[in-house]
Design a protein around this ligand. Structure first.
Ligand code: F6P
Length: 374
């Protein structure tokens, strides 16, 4: 009897999602004779039973497409906005799964999706996941698909910013995605030849950054490229943020709580523009003109790189093999040239940030890149 498999994509979209859907689908149908359906817009579509046929031509011609043919959302099964309320829709999702007589649900996503999939596994579903995100911050896998494409886009952007920064003798601060992990800024910064790279893992001292730029100027380089992760903090901002949070936590009266909450909101609003503040501070401290480029969602758009297509296809076909073997509750991880089934409980609640002794950090320091930490 053939097995029935559902697939969904959740969280931020990422190049390589369609390659992964195709990899799972083609191997599941062609090699193992399974039936495959897609659910639209992540866990929300699963809750609403909105399906997409994935049984025929739908899997052809999608390998090179960016985004996800299934659509995505950041909705969580147990905390889903429904009308004006936030509700636990787990039971409705379990019902959709049973209505389709699914033998397996494949969830393609980043850290949040691993958590949501684990939640559904604990409610009795046969869940299996693949790791995707341009941030490369999913634990227990060497790589996530999407990262290589975003790395290429961010590197090309830094390459292009060089000639204009050089011509105008300016600083260009380029903001790269990555709220919690600096893989993208560090990788693209090194590959694109940035002079300063600032990461969420290393709080920077603005004086140290300015001095690195002034030093370059004294040596005859009147321009500098600063690659900054969206999640990078200055030492000062981190201290302000921590203090405001502590104050709110400690507030005992209603009045003190209100004041502390307002203070924290002020700090958070300042932090939203921290790349612009960084640029302005550098102008003040160096006397150079500084411009900001925020790469934003450009990094997630367009056709996946060859490396991402290959990785997504490998993980997808391995996933179909695991379903065939009845292995569930796992994420299909990339380990060297192989794939590995890692129990979801070993993945959730962890984030793969850049270790401070990582080879890329040392490489950056060895070529004289300032990481903002003195
Ligand atoms: O999912 C990865 C990511 O691209 C992060 O790098 C970024 O911080 C976030 O998503 C942006 O999310 P959204 O597209 O929902 O604004």
């Amino acid at each position: 009897m053939s097995k029935y498999v559902g697939i969904l994509t959740a969280g931020g979209d990422s190049p390589g999602l369609n390659a992964a859907i195709r990899g799972v689908g083609k191997a599941a149908q062609g090699t193992y004779g399974m039936q495959v359906i897609g659910f639209r817009d992540g866990f929300r579509g699963l809750m609403q039973n909105r399906t997409v046929r994935l049984s025929g031509g739908e899997l052809s011609g999608i390998l090179t497409l960016g985004g996800t043919i299934l659509g995505t959302s950041r909705d969580k099964p147990h905390k889903m906005p429904v009308g004006s309320q936030t509700m636990d829709m787990t039971e409705v999702i379990v019902d959709t799964y049973n209505r389709h007589s699914l033998d397996a649900l494949v969830c393609l996503g980043g850290g949040g999706t691993q958590k949501n999939a684990y939640h559904l596994q604990q409610h009795g579903l046969n869940v299996i996941t693949l790791p995707k995100t341009i941030d490369n911050d999913v634990a227990m896998t060497d790589l996530t698909f999407g990262f290589d494409t975003a790395l290429g886009i961010a590197t090309e952007a830094i390459d292009r910013l060089h000639s204009t920064a050089h011509s105008h003798h300016r600083i260009i601060v380029v903001e790269v995605m990555g709220h919690n992990a600096g893989w993208l800024a560090l990788g693209a910064g090194i590959a694109g030849g940035a002079d300063v790279i600032l990461l969420p893992e290393i709080d920077y001292d603005i004086g140290v950054v300015a001095e690195a730029i002034n030093r370059r100027r004294r040596r005859g380089s009147g321009f500098s490229i600063v690659a900054v992760s969206e999640g990078a903090f200055s030492v000062d901002d981190r201290a302000k943020y921590k203090k405001a949070r502590k104050r709110l936590k400690k507030a005992e009266t209603e009045e003190a709580r209100e004041k502390a909450a307002a203070k924290l909101a002020g700090v958070q609003s300042h932090l939203q523009d921290k790349t612009l503040h960084l640029s302005r501070q550098l102008e003040q401290l160096t006397g150079l003109v500084s411009r900001v480029t925020i790469l934003g969602h450009l990094q997630r758009g367009g056709t996946p790189s060859a490396a991402d297509r290959l990785l997504a296809t490998r993980l997808g076909t391995a996933c179909a093999g695991l379903i065939n073997d009845g292995v569930f509750g796992v994420m299909v991880a990339a380990r060297g040239n192989k794939t590995e089934a890692v129990p979801l409980e070993d993945v959730v609640g962890k984030r793969k940030t850049v270790p401070l002794d990582h080879d890329w950090i040392q490489t950056a320091r060895d070529i004289g890149v300032c990481l903002g930490d003195g």
